[in-house]
Write a protein that binds this ligand. Structure first.
Ligand SMILES: Cc1ncc(COP(=O)(O)O)c(C=O)c1O
Length: 457
């Protein structure tokens, strides 16, 4: 809020309101900037650099666990959230707030409304925080409670929904073909709290018709939540297409350097939900941070937030290059004798290519671009897939994706092992499937590694 001291709680509130009004104006101005400019600067302006420190051109890390107050009046106003404050780093932290500002600006880029973000310790934490308040049991404990989700979601999400949410009597209803909007409609009833999809999904790259899905959700007065980790806001911004909440694993492409875990819940203001209280609907992400987040502690560390802030500055250019490399590799694999099928949304023959192209466009261009996740199946059985996998020399065998270094995994024995054969069948994960995330190396070198390993399968 600045360096001014004031007299009395009311005095601090007045100063706080003036500061909040200035920040709002600055945010409105920043909303007019282009995507790359927002990614580079966020809300950390020259003025902010001098206000918050010594004029450093990069956002400072605030490792402090808590904020000291000038006197009891400021402390009282701060802890009652009556002034802009950060109190204690489990609740808010200035470095984390810079990241939240940038991500919410990027995710709502081009939208006629604004959004807020809440950054968390991991992607799974973001998903759990986003869905939990929507699944509060009704007064009448016999009442049923459900939500409808694409079955083609990351394995951790599948477990969270299928096991952990079931433990609290919130039942997931799976949609096996999430691109068929009619399948979603069949699963919704008066007890449904939200719709959840992942686009493109990990690893199958399933897609949904976001606009149709958002319209469907809103007909039932419930929100649409989209995990947009794989696309990143450089390729797709679901809020623009009617979604209410976007969740991210920042750990992945947004943090492609691979040195930190993190997640984000980004929600549009005034979202649709007939189950949330009006104050939660008005600014869901901030509400999550200030209340349920304060009480459960899923916060991101300021060191991780600092890492992601620096990664996000080059997001658009990185995603463009990684996607171009992936296209070259996908075309090579599609023509290889040892490869049965290749799933990459960028290939014209992919059944969801046209749907993906409607939604995945490199921001500030009209060019369909499809990211750097792909999967393929090896001819033969699971043994052949393992022989290929074990022969890789440059590509890392790791249960990871989104890296600047190429990484591969066999989902059936790693990311999707916990959900069992039946769960994998539902999610379309055969044992011969290899997930590959192509990095920033020269694609010829990745192709050479794949070729020598395929020849050993
Ligand atoms: C699409 C997607 N969402 C969420 C997650 C979970 O993120 P985290 O590992 O940061 O908890 C992952 C992890 O692989 C993912 O791929």
């Amino acid at each position: 809020m600045g360096n001014q001291a004031s007299s009395g709680v009311e005095g601090y509130i007045r100063l706080g309101q003036e500061y909040a009004a200035r920040r709002k104006e600055q945010r409105q101005a920043m909303r007019q900037a282009r995507f790359d400019t927002i990614a580079v600067h966020g809300m950390y302006s020259v003025e902010e650099a001098f206000r918050s420190g010594q004029g450093g051109i990069i956002e400072p890390i605030f490792p402090s666990t808590s904020q000291g107050y000038r006197d009891s009046d400021e402390m009282e106003a701060g802890l009652a959230y009556k002034i802009p404050t950060w109190c204690y780093s489990r609740i808010i932290n200035p470095t984390n707030s810079y990241l939240e500002d940038t991500l919410s600006l990027l995710e709502s880029y081009g939208c006629p409304f604004d959004a807020s973000a809440f950054c968390t310790s991991s992607g799974m934490s973001a998903i759990k925080q986003a869905v939990e308040p929507l699944l509060v049991l009704p007064e009448d404990k016999d009442d049923e409670l459900n939500f409808v989700s694409s079955a083609q979601v990351y394995g951790g999400t599948f477990q969270l929904f299928n096991v952990r949410m079931k433990e609290r009597r919130a039942l997931v209803r799976w949609v096996a073909r999430p691109w068929e909007t009619a399948e979603w409609e069949k699963q919704i009833d008066e007890h449904t709290r939200f719709l959840y999809t992942e686009m493109p999904s990990n690893p199958q790259q399933a897609c949904s018709d976001l606009e149709a899905l958002a319209r469907l959700a809103h007909r039932f007065q419930i929100p649409l939540i989209v995990d947009s980790t794989i696309a990143t806001p450089a390729l797709m911004r679901p809020l623009l297409h009617g979604a209410d909440v976007v969740v991210h694993s920042l750990t992945k492409t947004i943090g492609s350097g691979g040195a930190a875990l993190g997640g984000a819940v980004i929600a549009r203001h005034d979202l649709v939900s007939r189950h949330l209280a009006p104050e939660a609907r008005a600014d869901y992400a901030t509400w999550l941070k200030l209340w349920p987040g304060r009480d459960s502690g899923p916060c991101i560390s300021p060191n991780s937030a600092f890492f992601f802030l620096n990664e996000v500055r080059t997001l658009r250019m990185k995603v463009e290059k990684l996607s171009a490399n992936t296209m070259v590799v996908a075309e090579f694999l599609a023509n290889h004798a040892k490869v049965e099928t290749v799933d990459y949304l960028g290939l014209g023959g992919h059944p969801l290519h046209a749907l993906a192209a409607r939604y995945m466009r490199l921001v500030d261009s009209d060019r369909p671009v499809f990211g750097h996740l792909m999967s393929f199946t090896i001819k033969g059985g699971p043994g052949d897939a393992r022989r290929f996998f074990d022969a890789l020399q440059r590509i890392y065998r790791a249960t990871d994706l989104g890296r600047i270094k190429s990484v591969a995994t066999i989902p059936a024995i790693s990311t999707h092992s916990q959900q069992g054969e039946e769960g994998r069948r539902l999610a379309g994960i055969p044992p011969t499937m290899v997930r590959l995330c192509v990095g920033g190396e020269h694609p010829d070198d990745i192709i050479a590694d794949l070729d020598q390993a395929l020849n050993k399968a």
